[in-house]
Design a protein around this ligand. Structure first.
Ligand code: MG
Length: 371
């Protein structure tokens, strides 16, 4: 498999550098030049549309010809500048992109490069050293390589017409007389060429400290009034009681507040939006369906629930005997350890609608870590 589509720490190599480039605020559009045979690998790597990603362009027989195809595809948009990047350099960083763009503000061309650290030897055919070369002023060219768009397009067209085969775009620019500035790249921005490179990249990713997740909190509140009946549902547990709670679903005020807390943590609307009480499907529904759906939405955002905390406000029924079954049920619905689930209850000292035993209120909070 071409290195740019190989899996690296759970993501294709291409998707890593692409996300850095497309994520940069000064980059408006990206186009990937691909081999025709790699279309399905490309589709899998980019996972659908991105607002800044144009359709891929088919490459040519050489690197130079492939770049020219990419430039020609962009030409109708008349961009002022273009960065050309090797897809197989997954450790590109926003800093390097910023330095190339800054260099491009000063010069018609600017490329990422690193000064040569190793001493250079020239060997004869028998692999014996013939000379030690002066490395002063020597750099290794990396990518991105940035250029004023019209200049590099014309340089590539001219190089093609002249039958030149050059190894990188800076060489095309140099051949065409375009001044190119070297800006600081990074040793980490190496190109995956061999299987050994890929193995080294995998080790770098494995040993990199995991990015700290983004901690989110959400809160929920709900009230249901009492009506005639002989039991209530609270936090997923059926409790015999002289009254029931009125509602379109099973009126489980605790699970409703908790569902809203989870939705609140990821900014994804509320229970009434996802499960409108005008929809006959949810008439008499068991509320664990709502809570499980909110948990699914959290996971779909790459989130993990750290803990949840529910407080029920009522004079009756007595909650204490049901507290542990409630925690266990919530833990089961959310697939959490029970230590991450709290259920508490309080009266309101006879005050207000809960004090007058007109209904039950619940508040809940949830903490979610997004990665
Ligand atoms: Mg409700």
């Amino acid at each position: 498999m071409p290195k740019q589509y190989a899996q690296l720490g759970g993501a294709p190599v291409l998707s890593r550098s692409l996300s850095v480039l497309l994520g940069h605020p000064d980059i408006d559009l990206g186009v990937v030049v691909i081999a025709e045979a790699d279309r399905s690998l490309y589709d899998a790597a980019v996972l659908g549309a991105h607002a800044k990603l144009a359709s891929p362009v088919l490459g040519g027989a050489t690197r130079q010809r492939s770049v020219l195809n990419g430039l020609r595809a962009l030409a109708p948009l008349a961009p002022s500048q273009v960065l050309i990047h090797d897809a197989a350099r997954p450790f590109l960083t926003p800093d390097i992109v910023a330095r190339v763009l800054a260099g491009l503000g000063r010069s018609p061309g600017a490329i990422a490069a690193v000064p040569l650290a190793d001493t250079l030897k020239r060997a004869g055919p028998d692999r014996h050293i013939e000379a030690t070369l002066d490395r002063a002023g020597l750099w290794r060219a990396q990518t991105p390589q940035g250029f004023r768009f019209e200049a590099i397009l014309q340089a590539h067209e001219a190089a093609l017409a002249a039958g030149r085969d050059l190894t990188d775009d800076a060489a095309v620019a140099e051949w065409a007389g375009i001044p190119v500035e070297l800006v600081e790249g990074s040793e980490a921005n190496f190109k995956l060429t061999t299987a050994e490179d890929l193995a080294m990249a995998a080790r770098i990713i494995e040993t990199a400290p995991a990015a700290p997740g983004e901690v989110r909190t959400g809160q929920g509140f709900d009230v249901h009034r009492f009506c005639a009946g002989d039991h209530v549902w609270l936090c997923g547990v059926r409790i015999p009681h002289g009254q029931a709670l009125e509602g379109h679903s099973d009126a489980d005020v605790g699970l409703h507040a908790l569902t809203d807390a989870l939705l609140g943590a990821i900014g994804d609307g509320d229970i009434g939006q996802h499960f409108p009480n005008t929809d006959p499907r949810w008439r008499g529904a068991a509320s664990h369906v709502f809570l499980a759906d909110a948990a699914r939405r959290v996971r779909a955002r790459g989130g993990t629930v750290s803990n949840v905390d529910v407080t029920l406000l009522c004079e009756a029924p007595k909650i204490a005997p049901y507290r542990e079954p409630m925690r266990a049920r919530i833990a089961e619905i959310l697939k959490l350890d029970i230590s991450r689930v709290a259920v508490k209850a309080t009266t309101t000292e006879g005050l207000g609608f809960t004090g007058r035993r007109e209904g039950i209120a619940a508040v809940a909070t949830a903490t979610v870590v997004l990665r």
